[in-house]
Each structure stands twice: as C-alpha cells, then as structure tokens.
Design a binder for this molecule. Structure first.
Ligand SMILES: [Zn+2]
Ligand SMILES: [Zn+2]
Length: 154
C-alpha cells in the first residue's frame, strides 16, 4: 500500500501547487516581485528568448530541490521526496501549458480544440489584458473561474 500512499502525496502536491502558484502570482509576482514579472505583461520590445519572469522557475526549483534532498537524506522524511516530485510535475505542466501552449514559446503544438484548453486560454488572456501590477484578474492557470468555460453567445 506504500506505493498508493506515495502516489497520493505526489498528486496532492501537484494540486496544492496550483494554489501555491495562484497565491505567489497574486501576492508576490504582482506584489514585491513585480520587477521580475513585469516583462511578462509588457509587449516584448527587447529581443531575446528569456524574460526576467523566467527567474520564477528557479525560485520554484528551490522548494523542490529541498524536498528531494531532505526526503532522501533525513531518516523518516522519505514522503517529502514525493512532495518534490509533485512540485517538479507541476513545474513541467506549467511550462507546457503556460509557456508552450498559451504563449507559444516553442511551436510544439498549436491551438488545442477542447472546452478546457479554450477556457484556460481565455482566462490567461484576461490576465494578460492588464499590463499593470494592480487590479489583475485570473491568477490561476489550471483552475480558473467557470465563466471562462462558457461559450460566448453569438
Ligand atoms: Zn501576472
Ligand atoms: Zn502568461
């Protein structure tokens, strides 16, 4: 049954990360750390692949790495290892959905034609409609307001 336990911890961590990411986006990235997030909200006048915003991948790698290290090095803390796995999986999902699918930084796949993919695309589009730090909407990525899933009336 241990495998089930570890699988559950991993899954719970992936889900929890959506909330952590939402909080971090709303209160840190649109707060104190706006200096790193700002260029993600502005038109790209500077040529180049990377944004300052990409620093957040490194920021989120820290709790993940810490979980791996403590989980494998400290006796009794092995379940923490799977929290690290969950954070990594979320990071990968975030990268694939936010950076590849929504922002098309890599042309790996085009518009996905499902109600869910269209809904989260619409929600993130609403988030990007604002170029300022204040009064943002829709900070989540995978869990967004149901209104974004409703079909627009013709
Ligand atoms: Zn933002
Ligand atoms: Zn974005």
């Amino acid at each position: 049954m241990q495998i089930l336990f570890y699988t559950l911890i991993t899954l719970a961590s992936v889900i929890a990360m959506e909330f952590v990411a939402w909080l971090a986006h709303k209160y840190l990235m649109h707060g104190l750390l706006w200096i790193w997030h700002e260029d993600h909200h502005k038109p790209h006048e500077v040529e180049g692949f990377f944004e300052k915003n990409d620093l957040f991948f490194l920021v989120f790698a820290v709790p993940s790495a810490a979980s791996y290290i403590i989980g494998s090095a400290v006796p009794g803390y092995f379940p923490l290892f799977f929290v690290g796995v969950g954070i990594s999986i979320y990071g990968l999902i975030y990268f694939l959905i936010h950076d590849v699918y929504i922002h098309q930084r890599f042309k790996w796949f085009k518009q996905l034609d499902g109600w869910y993919s269209r809904g989260i695309l619409r929600a993130h589009g609403a988030h990007h409609a604002k170029q300022e730090k204040e009064d943002g909407v829709s900070f989540g990525l995978l869990l967004v307001h149901p209104k974004y899933f409703r079909k627009k009336k013709k």
